[in-house]
Structures are given as structure tokens and as C-alpha cells.
Design a binder for this molecule. Structure first.
Ligand SMILES: [Zn+2]
Length: 113
């Protein structure tokens, strides 16, 4: 389950932010997960819950925001929505689609006290 190491990355980022911005308690974590990132939001929430104990994020609520997948179709020369990384262009049915968005995972915002 690679979500565990990703959750640890998120927690580390929060810890670094708590030192830099001098907060001691995180209330909410907004995490953006791209639909093409192969990160399972439920697994992510489970792993984050498991490792947050004893940290500044111990009482934090994890809010997951899904980022839609976006691709660029070479044939249509246009941006198209993508539901998975290997699907064809929804407009022309071609496979010349380059993924341009929705593969990332990042902490969008922290609500702190
Ligand atoms: Zn197309």
C-alpha cells in the first residue's frame, strides 16, 4: 500500500510547516488527489488516521478534494477530460492523448490553531 509512505510525506510536510509557521495544532488538512494519481482516497484517509497520533495533526480532519484527470488529444488538438490514464479520447476515440493534469497529490491548505 503506497498510500502509507505518501501519508508519511504529508505528515512530514505538516511537521515542517508547524516549525516554520509556529502552530501546534492542525484542525483541517485539505488534500488534493488527482484522479489519475493512482492514490486511493479511502486508503489515504485510513493511513493518515493511523500515523497522525502524537503529531500536531493528531486531531486533524482530512478533507480530500478530487482533481479531475485532463489530457491533451493530439488528433483533436484540444483538452479532454480523462477518467483513467489509458483511456481513449472521448471526442475522436484516438489514443494520441497526453496526460496534462490530474496525476498530482498535494496539500492544498492547512487550517491551524
Ligand atoms: Zn481526440
Amino acid at each position: 500500500m503506497h498510500e502509507m509512505s505518501l501519508a508519511e510525506d504529508v505528515l512530514q510536510l505538516i511537521n515542517e510547516a508547524s516549525v516554520k509557521d509556529q502552530f501546534t495544532k492542525v484542525v483541517t488538512v485539505w488534500l488534493e488527489i488527482g484522479q489519475l494519481s493512482s492514490v486511493e482516497p479511502q486508503s489515504m484517509a485510513f493511513c493518515f488516521d493511523a500515523i497522525k497520533r502524537g503529531s500536531v495533526a493528531a486531531g486533524a480532519r482530512l478533507e480530500i478534494l478530487a482533481l479531475p484527470g485532463v489530457g491533451w488529444c493530439e488528433d483533436c488538438a484540444t483538452s479532454v477530460p480523462m477518467s483513467d490514464a489509458f483511456c481513449e479520447c472521448p471526442q475522436c476515440g484516438g489514443y494520441q492523448v497526453r496526460i496534462t493534469g490530474g496525476t498530482e497529490m498535494r496539500v492544498k491548505e492547512l487550517e491551524v490553531e
